[in-house]
Design a protein around this ligand. Sequence first.
Ligand code: CDP
Length: 224
Amino acid sequence: MTKRLTITIDGPAGAGKSTVARCVAERLGYTYVDTGAMYRAVALQAVRMGISPQDEEGMSRLLEETSIVYRSGRTLLNGEDVSEAIRTPQVTALVSEVACIPLVRAFLVECQRQMGAEGGVVMDGRDVGTVILPEAELKIFLTASLAERARRRQLEWQEKGVEASREEVEQEIRARDKMDREREVGPLRIADDAIIIDSTELDVDEVVDQIVQLALAIKGEDTP
Ligand code: CDP
């Protein structure tokens, strides 16, 4: 049997990680895991339960009572498919604050580690190559200029019928990146052995091709 790699894709908000990671997984026949979706599910549950991220006891109770499952590209919160509900501006505005809480990170990191344990996985997020799967064979840090990331995110919002100015989107991304970089546990940073890809001037297919080629080179094969 050919070797099934572990591939991690980390990077700032709006760099295109999810789209790229999903395509890479498809091309290689691997499983895709979106770790950000799981943080979003915790944030959604906090909204629903009316618990503030600053309320440590409340958040601890929330984690005890909540099951979060990521399976076949869908996010399940206590069994309910919340894949769309976790993408709203309200959840997006809260998620990085929730992701700073050490208790939340410990809860999700353990679960995400298990999901990646068998290999044959492409996992994207902020701390995948550094904390969740530090032994991964291929680590990518995917980035793009702030202006380009804001442009892409604004288009995404528009497709969902959410109107926001470029400045508002840029502001939201900048605030989230700052929180993600500056938190003490699992901050966004480039793993020492990561390959940096700047996608400012590349389309999705070009980025996917680069990553698939890197994966095949590691496997010592020409085709998946
Ligand atoms: O908006 P985007 O797709 O870039 O973000 P996401 O991947 O859905 O992640 C949402 C938020 O979850 C991030 O801004 C981080 O605050 C948090 N996150 C994290 O802390 N660690 C991860 N491994 C993944 C996401």
